[in-house]
Write a protein that binds this ligand. Structure first.
Ligand code: PEP
Length: 253
């Protein structure tokens, strides 16, 4: 069975103290992921060590970075490299969140380099893809997402691809309170898996976790995660509220 994953994305929210409190509440709550489940906290860089320290209190909780540089090291003021993340035991990193694409001009090509450098340092990239409302209205979302996958991931070997997590996040559903219907989510997730299958074969495509992101809440997570090809969620707003995120972890298959 594929790994089932609940990933929190705090974005640029919470002070260190608020973050510490939230983590402690969630990790020490009664909810314990089983061996096939993982809970990730994608937190701001200065909180990563704290997150790892708290996550280590229980099995299957992990810190994740929200971004990393595509460069190995050097004169890139303000950037954080994959090697630096690895040196503090960060094992996961979001790559290509739609906010990075939109506000920081990240392209499929650049994101392909970020994916590669993460894998070089044994960091699992959580590769985000998904279409804007305009694309959905034109009904060209399948081709659009396929191109994102092709241009950022398909240079990877089969072995590397097995270490990638994909997060499908329709931009029109992020932070809007508007969730994709279970039919829309399942349809796109099945499409993504079929694209992976064409490129890497069925065995590999069946092993890759594909998360859904876009207004996942405590009251819709179970229904979304029950879809055959939805292997958990990438959660923004609701991950900032302990009781909501705990419910979302409980909703994992
Ligand atoms: C996200 O941050 O990736 C996200 C999906 O946010 P929200 O859950 O708030 O829509």
């Amino acid at each position: 069975m594929r790994k089932q994953i609940a990933a929190a994305n705090w974005k640029m929210n919470l002070t260190y103290q608020q973050g510490a409190e939230l983590l402690k509440t969630i990790v020490t709550s009664g909810v314990s992921p089983n061996e096939n489940q993982q809970v990730l906290f994608a937190v701001p860089f200065p909180y990563l060590e704290l997150t790892n320290d708290t996550a280590h209190l229980k099995e299957n909780y992990f810190a994740a970075a929200q971004n990393c540089s595509d460069k190995k090291s050097g004169a890139y003021t303000g950037e954080v490299s994959a090697e630096m993340l690895k040196s503090i035991d960060v094992l996961f990193c979001l790559v290509g969140h739609s906010e990075r694409r939109e506000y920081f001009g990240e392209t499929n090509d650049l994101l392909g380099r970020k994916v590669s450098i993460c894998l070089t340092y044994d960091i699992t990239p959580v590769f985000c893809c998904g279409e804007a409302l305009r694309i959905r209205e034109q009904n060209t979302q399948n081709a659009f997402v396929e191109q994102q996958l092709r241009e950022s991931l398909f240079h990877l070997s089969s072995e590397q691809m097995l270490n990638v997590i994909i997060a499908y996040e329709p931009i029109w559903a992020i932070g809007t309170g508007k969730t994709a219907s279970t039919a829309q989510a399942q349809e796109m997730h099945a499409h993504i898996r079929s694209v992976l299958q064409k490129q890497y074969g069925q065995e590999i495509a069946q092993k890759i976790s594909i998360l859904y992101g876009g207004s996942v809440k405590a009251n819709n997570a179970k229904e979304l995660f029950a879809c055959e090809d939805v292997d958990g969620g990438l959660v923004g707003g609701a991950s900032l509220i302990a009781s909501d995120f705990i419910e979302i972890i409980r909703a994992l298959k």
